[in-house]
Design a protein. Structure first.
Length: 113
């Protein structure tokens, strides 16, 4: 159900920008989603199809660009991408990561007519 409220926000953003541009229809919404966000693209598309009915975004395609997780080691300060499920620091071997990337969710662009 988390995706429903997120998807409503995506639709609201797209509609506001399309209206501001004087567009009559939204064709595509390009999203950036972080690996750590916990969001599932298929669910977002499902809910988008539902909440966009009767709006200028009805039938719009969603595209997803995934951003990998990125951590900063709290011991040595090294920034790194984890190796699968191994979140240890490749520099010092500590297991004290702080997420600095991968939680993103943003509307990168919309295509309108």
């Amino acid at each position: 159900m988390h995706e429903l409220s997120v998807t409503q926000s995506i639709l609201d953003i797209a509609l506001a920008h399309a209206q501001g541009a004087g567009a009559s229809r939204i064709l595509k919404v390009n999203l950036v989603i972080g690996e750590l966000s916990g969001l599932v693209g298929e669910y977002i598309q499902f809910y988008f199809d539902f909440v966009s009915k009767g709006t200028p975004a009805e039938g719009a395609e969603l595209t997803f660009r995934r951003v990998p997780a990125r951590f900063r080691c709290l011991d040595c300060g090294t920034e790194y991408e984890p190796n699968g499920a191994d979140w240890t620091c490749p520099q010092c071997g500590a297991l004290r990561p702080m997420a600095v990337g991968g939680r993103e969710l943003l509307v990168e662009s919309i295509e309108v007519e």
